[in-house]
Design a binder for this molecule. Sequence first.
Ligand code: SF4
Length: 373
Amino acid sequence: MSRIDEIISALQAVSADPGKAVEKHREATGKGAVGIMPVYSPEEMVHAAGYLPVGMWGGRKTISRARAHLPPFTCSIMQSVMELELEGAYDMLDGVVFSVPCDTLKCMSQKWKGKAPSVVFTQPQNRKIAAAVPFLAEEYTLLKKRLEAMLGVTISGAALENSINVYNENRRIMREFCDLACAYPQVINPVKRHAVIKARFFMEKSRHSALVRELIAEINKQPAKPWNGRKVVLTGIMAEPDSLLEILEQNGFAVAADDLAQESRQFRTDVPDGPDPLTRLARQWQDFDGCSLAVDPLKPRGRMLVDTARKYGADAVIICMMKFCDPEEWDYPIYLPQLEKAGIRNIIIEIDQEAASFEQVKTRIQTLGEILG
Ligand code: SF4
């Protein structure tokens, strides 16, 4: 097995079994873990507390018990998270952090009944005005106090600065990896690309950075070959499960870039420099753009998607619409005409974590392949 394959399978093992990854981390470091509800939280604070921040993105599940706790039109990801919660999958966590940028997350934060205690904070939706930064810095001050009380630790300013540096470095490396995945689609197929990115939710970030850095160095040793297939940009909350990404590969598509909340939106905006770490973290939320959950009256997502498709030579944009996700559904009629006006081909597919069959997705992707020729 090549070193590239070894690193990718290690990262695939982590993303395929988060529970095991958390247990291994606990055994190796003696440190606990804190769940981070999707989508944007100052994970650096948990890292600075010495705990492992763990992304809670649901998983492929048949929903049964969750239906008694959530309305049937709750988004697929939160139905899955609730089902996992009721199964006790999150009982190993020492706490859970909730950001509440959508109505479903507000509802989930109030319905949280897992064994792990939860802390909730609010991001300002009017993000671009000056008052947004001190407001959020104050929310983060309260969140830090609650985390310290919940975990019985003190989070020092120096530890927080260090964690911000660790996270910014991981963001930089992930951007480099995504660019390389676009240049080497024969080496990094859509499933592998996703696994490398997803593993960062279940690993201490400097460990993840070290592995991805080594992966980048190994890939760079190889000559880039011409790609005879097509390339797409994925946009939405997430593009799972692997069977969906396999359909892309089977039809000759590579992922040129993504605009997914679970992937590039997590690392495309660094925490900026500044004297106070909590204010720096708050400014990142103001700087962040192009996500349905980060309200911006100027609606830059369509323009950003067009720019991304052109920059990476993508043939089309695939809109991965999370089932019953209101924020993503509201954005769609705004950015769709911008894609059409720019002549960017696109299709929409539904992401449902309960789905067992992907025949409709397969047909759509096959059709896209035929249209592109
Ligand atoms: S943003 Fe969408 S997918 Fe995420 S929790 Fe809210 S409704 Fe669900």
